[in-house]
Design a protein around this ligand. Sequence first.
Ligand SMILES: Nc1ncnc2c1ncn2[C@@H]1O[C@H](COP(=O)(O)OP(=O)(O)OP(=O)(O)O)[C@@H](O)[C@H]1O
Ligand SMILES: CC(=O)C(=O)O
Length: 464
Amino acid sequence: MAKVKLVATLGPSSWSEETMKRMVAEGVNAFRLNFSHVDYARFEELAKQVRRLETPLRPLTLIADLQGPVIRLGEFAPFQVRPGDRVTFTLSSKTEEKYAVPVPNGVFFEIVREGDEVLVEGGRLAFRIVDAGPEKAVGEALLEGEVKPRKTVTVRGKDIPLPTITEKDLRDIEFSVKAGFDAIALSFVRSSSDVQRLRDILFDYGAEDVKIIAKIETKSAVEDLDSILQKSDAALVARGDLANFYGLEEIYSIQRYIISRARRFGKPSIVATQLLESMISNPLPTRSEVVDVITAVRMGADALLLAGETAAGKYPVESVYWLRRIVEEAEREPLEVEDVAPDKSDLYESIAKGVVSLAEVISGKIIAFSEKGNTARRISKFRPKAGLIVFTNDPATARYVNMIYGVRVVYDPSLSKADQNLFSKMLSKALEHNLVNLGDLVVFTSGRRRGSTDLVSVERVKSE
Ligand SMILES: Nc1ncnc2c1ncn2[C@@H]1O[C@H](COP(=O)(O)OP(=O)(O)OP(=O)(O)O)[C@@H](O)[C@H]1O
Ligand SMILES: CC(=O)C(=O)O
């Protein structure tokens, strides 16, 4: 099994139970649903379908990806543009005028200025604005392509001055909590207060166990990254929308920066978008896609996310197959991640580092019990070479640590932190599940108090 976790977006190409089953067999650990295309009845059914496919040793994390504050084009007949062609963005929801593009949101006209670059569909089309007014903006096409209705529109480098959590998002959050989603991916986060706002909303629903994945896709988020990471449970490198703020050539270093900061804070990082883009229509990836996936693994990403490849492509199962195959190849060589030092102010983190060093010195395996996921995060931060087996009695924790690099999860409600024989029980279950072998040395760890990691013990696996 790959150490890097695999996330697949569900969509019309992949949401049959049979296809999902095959994707799980190929190694998918988590499913994402994109709430830009939400259909509550279907999503509720899919959430149930995901639960039917999971087992105590193969939890499946279900992620609700909120739409966030986006502006979409209105209704019009698609048309082709070539560089130099002029189009007029007009404040309306629908138009039949030639070369007119309706934008049904006044906010767009408040922020767009002469000289700005307007991006449609994440930059697939770009227009230089030559004249901007309160209800109209004239743009000159910079790229060739088809302008299509309902696609997203942004102004390069500018945040959209709408609340990060929109009315639609609020409805979607309520739905996700009720439908049993495990994590919410918050789009267009701009500061840690956006994350706190979601935390408060979840608290009001009594859904503190639902995890928050901060999508890093604005310049403000990159600039405020550390405090966002502190407040979030995971970070997602949203390479698609990052290109609204940065040049494509800058994506590599921003991805590396986000992955490395996330690890400093012991939070899982997920790399998304265009990993195997060509597989939307081809059964094989390109050479450069293979290199991109290997690069993300070597940088130390916890998880990789397929989007259009599995949601709307012709080869959803093959895409997962190739992603796993490339990841496994990348994992044959050591990671290129820097050695991080434990945070001196956090004793438990130093103990976790000690556990990893000890396991390495004695060539042992690590078995941890993690109630809320803290022990698993702390240990994984130091990237134990022999991996990490995590037992938990909490299903939310099982599905959270399931997104963390190298973690083999065992959900077992019969275990308890207070049990004097916890370590020996975990050992016999690990043997039963073939996670350890006779003769192996095992380093056990857990915490006596909630949130701590302060018990360590070493044992050799013997037949009982
Ligand atoms: N639930 C869904 N229903 C229908 N189509 C979907 C669904 N989820 C994804 N898709 C399709 O898969 C494509 C890629 O999915 P992805 O989640 O990456 O969307 P995206 O690139 O973020 O685009 P969008 O701007 O539409 O949110 C989408 O553009 C859409 O065509
Ligand atoms: C995944 C996503 O939202 C992005 O890449 O922009």
